[in-house]
Design a protein around this ligand. Structure first.
Ligand code: CA
Length: 231
């Protein structure tokens, strides 16, 4: 079953933290690659295409946000989930990171156990997603294996977070979804920082939907609803 071993890339310049994270991930049978600066991290990510990346924000040569933007720009790494390691004071960077397409974050000092749980939650979510095949609602089609999205057969590029948000709404078409349920389903938990970025993600998602943007309704103070004419 060695081909099923999943690879995690840890980009962290503090060696003791990188080693601690690697040690804990290897204990749960994950393969770990390490990079100690941003530029090297981005290069390894493009070459090795890991299953998930743990990314420190404060890095030499290229900071974490720069790495994240680089990953999201390149088709080879666009969909790789990223967990940010951030300092408590870096609230604004954290928000920028989530807006730039990070999937989750942990705040330093963090418990390695918690980080491992977050990593496993994301990997599991991907497996659940890829166990289905295709889902369609009102002209919107989701290829859950490839994480590809189409409107009337035209492909639309979505980030993995946008894909999950839209799929969550479409699978529950015409039923209002609470913000907290969306946060928990897509990120695994809810908190203020993520809640603040939900609307940003939805705004960008609507821009990508173009003339179909009005299919996603905002329900003030409640959440969102996908309007499907079919059901
Ligand atoms: Ca650092």
């Amino acid at each position: 079953m060695t081909e099923d071993v999943q690879t995690i890339l840890v980009i962290e310049d503090e060696m003791d933290i990188a080693d601690l994270v690697a040690y804990n991930l290897e204990r749960v049978e994950l393969r770990v690659l390490k990079a100690h600066d941003g530029q090297q991290g981005l290069e390894i990510a493009l070459k090795e295409r890991p299953d998930l990346i743990v990314l420190d924000l404060m890095l030499p040569t290229l900071n974490g946000l720069g790495v994240l933007k680089g990953l999201r720009r390149d088709a080879r790494t666009q969909r790789i989930p990223v967990i940010l390691l951030t300092a408590r004071a870096q609230t604004e960077d954290r928000i920028q990171g989530l807006i730039a397409g990070a999937d989750d974050y942990v705040t330093k000092p963090f418990s390695p156990k918690e980080l491992v749980l977050r990593v496993q939650a994301i990997l599991k979510r991907l497996q659940v997603t890829s166990s289905g095949t295709e889902f369609s609602a009102g002209g919107f089609t989701f290829d859950k294996n490839a994480l590809k999205f189409y409107i009337d057969n035209d492909p639309i590029e979505l980030t993995s977070t946008e894909f999950k948000l839209l799929l969550f709404l479409c699978e529950r078409a015409n039923h209002p979804q609470l913000r907290n349920d969306m946060l928990r389903n897509v990120w695994g938990y809810s908190d203020d920082v993520i809640s603040r970025t939900l609307d940003t993600h939805m705004k960008r998602l609507r821009q990508k939907l173009g003339t179909h943007a009005d299919r996603v309704e905002t329900i003030r103070g409640v959440g969102y609803r996908f309007v499907s004419p079919e059901t």
